[in-house]
Design a protein around this ligand. Structure first.
Ligand code: ZN
Length: 219
């Protein structure tokens, strides 16, 4: 059993390694309360034709490698005894549009989802270093889960963002590997949790681009 402590470990992984790592990412999503019951789903490329993904109706915190399914780029199951999820459409879309992306995590993390429910864009300059790391985090409009409408809501943002809030649903993150996608989800939800706490104290005055460039705040 590997430690899986850094995305730097995610080089030249075998299919067995990816299955083990996907189960580990599922456990972390469950422990972090990013997923509930059978909520959330995870995918990663095995090669140009095959995608490994979590099946429907399973706790992401309690999967074993043989629970996972392999699908083709049309979403048909080609290996595995379980069925795929109806939410696989957003994974297939992201992987098709972004050849630079290897893995997708979709979850319902509570603080990030709170912003998605309130339809409230994330602030600018609240935590500049974290915002720089996350890049743009757009809030996609509502699309019913499991339908092509949800895919349509991603179209304006899929090429420019690797963390996207889904209105009245949750969030998805795209990564150069499974751990990278998972870390993005951790960073996004931690950021949203911290901002929510700051908002409870009053309005947030973000660091302006000029102050950031100067390296200090003037007041
Ligand atoms: Zn969902």
């Amino acid at each position: 059993m590997r430690n899986w402590s850094t995305p730097l470990d995610e080089v030249d992984l075998s299919e067995d390694d990816k299955r083990e790592l996907m189960c580990e990412i599922g456990r972390r999503c469950h422990e972090m309360r990013f997923t509930e019951a059978n909520g959330g789903n995870i995918s990663c490329r095995l090669d140009e034709e095959r995608i490994l993904c979590t099946p429907t109706l399973i706790s992401k915190g309690h999967m074993t490698p043989d629970d996972l399914v392999v699908i083709n780029t049309d979403g048909q199951v080609i290996e595995g005894r379980r069925q795929t999820t109806s939410e696989i459409r957003i994974h297939l879309y992201a992987l098709a549009q972004r050849p630079d992306i290897q893995a997708v995590v979709h979850a319902h993390p509570r603080s990030a989802t709170a912003f998605a429910i309130a339809r409230r864009p994330l602030p600018q300059g609240a935590l500049p270093e974290i915002e720089f790391h996350m890049g743009p985090v757009p809030l996609a409009r509502f699309g019913r889960a499991g339908t092509p409408k949800l895919v349509e809501t991603l179209e304006p943002y899929i090429m420019e963002a690797t963390s996207i809030l889904l209105a009245h649903h949750g969030a998805m993150t795209l990564g150069t590997g499974l751990m990278d996608a998972y870390w993005k989800m951790e960073v996004l939800d931690a950021y949203c949790d911290t901002v929510l706490r700051a908002l409870a104290l009053g309005t947030i005055q973000g660091v302006t681009p000029e102050e950031y460039e100067a390296g200090e705040c003037f007041e």
